[in-house]
Design a protein around this ligand. Structure first.
Ligand code: SF4
Ligand code: SF4
Length: 93
């Protein structure tokens, strides 16, 4: 079985530039449904002490699919694409 986390995306993509933060969570809106934890193919969402958060290093690992924000029914996750010229670049797309 292909290890997508360590093989597939790392071989077909790279990250360039300083994106700044482009994903945030409003924990006041979060209902702890856990959907973001399940949907993220890079496993960047975590839960600790009952609180959902995105790992600090997400900027260099996120593939910018936007799925976490799409599945978040209460709109707790804010996603916007990084500034032009920064972020993920697909090498064989
Ligand atoms: S999908 Fe949204 S509401 Fe559900 S756990 Fe994640 S941040 Fe919270
Ligand atoms: S945009 Fe996609 S890869 Fe990035 S944190 Fe959200 S679900 Fe994960």
């Amino acid at each position: 079985m292909v290890d997508l986390d360590n093989y597939e995306y790392e071989t077909i993509s790279t990250h360039v530039g300083d994106t700044g933060d482009f994903i945030s969570i409003d924990n006041e809106k979060c209902n702890n449904c856990g959907r973001c934890l399940v949907i993220c193919i890079k496993n960047l969402w975590k839960k600790k002490d009952g609180k959902i958060y995105i790992v600090p290093e997400y900027k260099s690992k996120c593939v910018e699919c936007g799925s976490c924000a799409l599945v978040c029914e209460p709109g707790a996750i804010d996603f916007s694409y990084p500034a032009g010229g920064t972020g993920v670049v697909y090498l064989k797309g």
